[in-house]
Design a binder for this molecule. Structure first.
Ligand code: DAH
Length: 344
């Protein structure tokens, strides 16, 4: 009887030890605790047989049973600690920051296509000895119209309806007022040789007109300036912008601030001047307005129009960009759609 009980106690101790080895979770551990040490567990079951022992053997079994219970509790405590440590290690591993991983790439932007065209135009003129002049986008009536030979009742004002702040203050409708400002600053000195890039505004809105767009104005004043100088200058500039194989032609036109006035066309880049759909079968594309500065404009600025002459031109930046990049709707420049902008 005694032998059997001691063997059984030894056995559940070994059994506890070996089953604990396979345990990987706290739940499994609890099951084992209940199975061996619980109120209805195996140790209790063995000890129920104590009553049948004689008085001499009972304390012996009691002592061994206590040792074994202590051992078993020790195994379980050790396993509990082991499981906790393993869980912590796993968590640390999971949350570890790998400082050797490459960082998130920084999205690099680039210049807007219109800015690229303006920069190209500036670069070409700076190379030809021009200076860059600037004026405000909110302009007065005198600089925008009057000083350019466009008095209040002039019918050509109709083509440049603007946004008025007061009767005499408006958003400039072209960059030509910078001509008036530059002359006022320079007079009586010459030569004047400037370009003026900037934003302009009109009451227009369709696929080829935006209420806000860009121009680059040009003004040259000196002795002996002729239409040939204007043509030579524009040919040089447009060939640098569009390619050395391009031709230009001048057509008579009308602007109040130039006399004579011309419309400048560039040979179509798609058909080479033969005529195609893009150029409406003419072989030519209209690109800018220009002319010889009107004597009234020179005189109003204080220059002697019998001694000095000038030429001027106004380039539409959107128009140049549309021709250069083959874009048929001007509004895409202002929609901020990166699918469009990323193509440049
Ligand atoms: N200011 C004119 C416009 O916006 C363009 C222009 C034409 C400018 C002839 C000039 C010029 O300097 O000489 O329609």
């Amino acid at each position: 009887m005694l032998e059997k009980m001691l063997q059984d106690l030894e056995h559940i101790q070994e059994e506890t030890k070996s089953q604990l080895k396979k345990v990987v979770s706290q739940e499994e551990l609890n099951e084992i605790r209940v199975k061996f040490l619980g109120k209805k567990g195996e140790l209790t079951a063995i000890l129920k047989g104590m009553g049948k022992l004689n008085n001499e053997d009972r304390p012996k079994v009691g002592q061994v049973a206590n040792e074994i219970r202590n051992n078993m509790e020790g195994f379980i405590a050790a396993k509990t600690k082991e499981l906790k440590e393993a869980a912590l290690t796993a968590q640390i591993e999971e949350e570890r920051i790998d400082i050797s991983l490459p960082g998130d790439p920084v999205a690099l932007g680039h210049r807007h296509p219109l800015t690229m065209v303006i920069d190209d135009i500036k670069e070409i003129f700076l190379g030809m000895g021009y200076e860059i002049a600037e004026g405000p986008e909110v302009e007065n009536d005198y600089n925008n119209f009057e000083g350019l030979n466009l008095p209040k009742d002039h019918p050509a004002r109709d083509m440049q309806d603007s946004f008025y702040i007061t009767e005499n203050i408006l958003l400039r409708t072209h960059t030509s007022p910078v001509q008036v400002r530059t002359m006022a600053k320079m007079v009586p000195n010459y030569p004047v040789k400037v370009i003026c890039p900037g934003k302009v505004f009109r009451r227009d809105d369709d696929s080829t007109h935006s209420p806000m767009f860009h121009q680059v104005e040009g003004l040259v004043i000196d002795e002996n300036i002729s239409l040939a100088d204007l043509k030579g200058t524009l040919l040089t500039v447009l060939r640098q912008l569009f390619g050395a194989d391009r031709e230009i032609r001048l057509r008579p036109s009308y602007f109040p601030f130039t006399e004579p006035s011309v419309e400048v066309d560039i040979s179509c880049g798609i058909c080479g001047g033969k005529g195609c759909r893009s150029c409406a079968n003419t072989g030519w594309l209209e690109i800018l307005g220009a002319g010889m500065v009107h004597p009234n404009v020179l005189e109003m600025a204080g220059y002697d129009s019998t001694k000095l002459r000038g030429f001027a031109f106004g380039i539409g930046v959107e128009r140049v960009a549309m021709l250069k990049y083959g874009i048929d709707d001007l509004r895409v420049f202002f929609e901020n759609d990166t699918r469009f902008l990323n193509q440049f």
